[in-house]
Write a protein that binds this ligand. Structure first.
Ligand code: SAH
Length: 221
């Protein structure tokens, strides 16, 4: 084991993380770049210090404002489907804790991340700054995307939406890929949508997941 480059990440955390990576691998994640990134990012630093014991279990966990940090397997699953390559420009909808954002940055992507709850956007920015991981944090409504910064190679939605928002599909580069959990608030199907040409998109359906809902509009605070 080598010393972590992150403050507050010791051998005990690294050991727990290695065990978690084995579990995720056994659940079917095969992309080594994804597993390496999850193995590097100290998930416990994205949770309240009282809950550090839960950080390396493969489950979602509450963060503030009634939201959740996604289950590590789900983060790995979405990231694998996204087919991330170095230097790609990625738009993430639903910053939440900032954990998924950190995983994408660790894979070499340039990340633009949107969050409708200001408090969460600020605290995620603070954590990532401490870890020396840089991203563009945008407090705003993800249904609108970031047309001024697009088009994007990849778009990742980390909240459950009723359908793939057209506004976001239009911010994909030709050949670009969007991954999103789509369905009812109780259950969503992971969708991978590829932009074939200006007006053509192809879609494949993957496993069932449960995310917090994607809500239109941003909060006032
Ligand atoms: N990727 C996050 C998961 C957070 S849960 C993580 O790793 O921790 C989903 C997040 O999406 C919540 O923080 C929620 O506030 C946010 N969200 C919901 N609807 C949104 C919208 N329209 N625009 C931006 N963010 C949204």
């Amino acid at each position: 084991m080598i010393n972590s480059r992150f403050d507050g990440d010791d051998f005990k955390h690294q050991g727990l993380r290695n065990r978690l990576i084995k579990i995720i691998r056994n659940k079917g994640i095969t992309d080594e770049a994804v597993l390496t990134a999850l193995g590097a990012i100290p998930r416990h630093l994205f949770m309240d210090s009282g809950f550090i014991g839960f950080a390396y279990k493969d489950s979602a966990f509450p963060i503030s404002c009634g939201q959740t940090i996604s289950q590590p397997y789900t983060v790995a699953y979405q990231t694998q489907l996204l087919n991330v390559e170095e230097h790609q420009k990625i738009l993430e909808i639903g910053t939440g804790s900032g954990y998924q954002t950190a995983v994408l940055i660790e894979m070499g992507a340039r990340v633009y991340t949107m969050e409708r709850i200001h408090t969460l956007s600020l605290s995620a920015r603070q954590i990532l700054t401490k870890l020396n991981l840089s991203a563009h944090f945008q407090y705003g409504d993800g249904y609108k995307g970031l047309p001024g910064y697009g088009p994007f190679d990849r778009i990742l939605i980390t909240a459950g939406a009723p359908s793939v928002p057209d506004e976001l599909k239009n911010q994909l580069k030709i050949g670009g890929i969007l991954v999103a959990p789509i369905g009812s608030p109780e259950l969503q199907t992971m969708i991978r949508c590829k932009r074939i040409s200006e007006n053509e998109f192809s879609e494949t359906k993957h496993g069932g997941f449960i995310f917090v809902p994607m809500v239109a509009g941003k909060t006032e605070d």
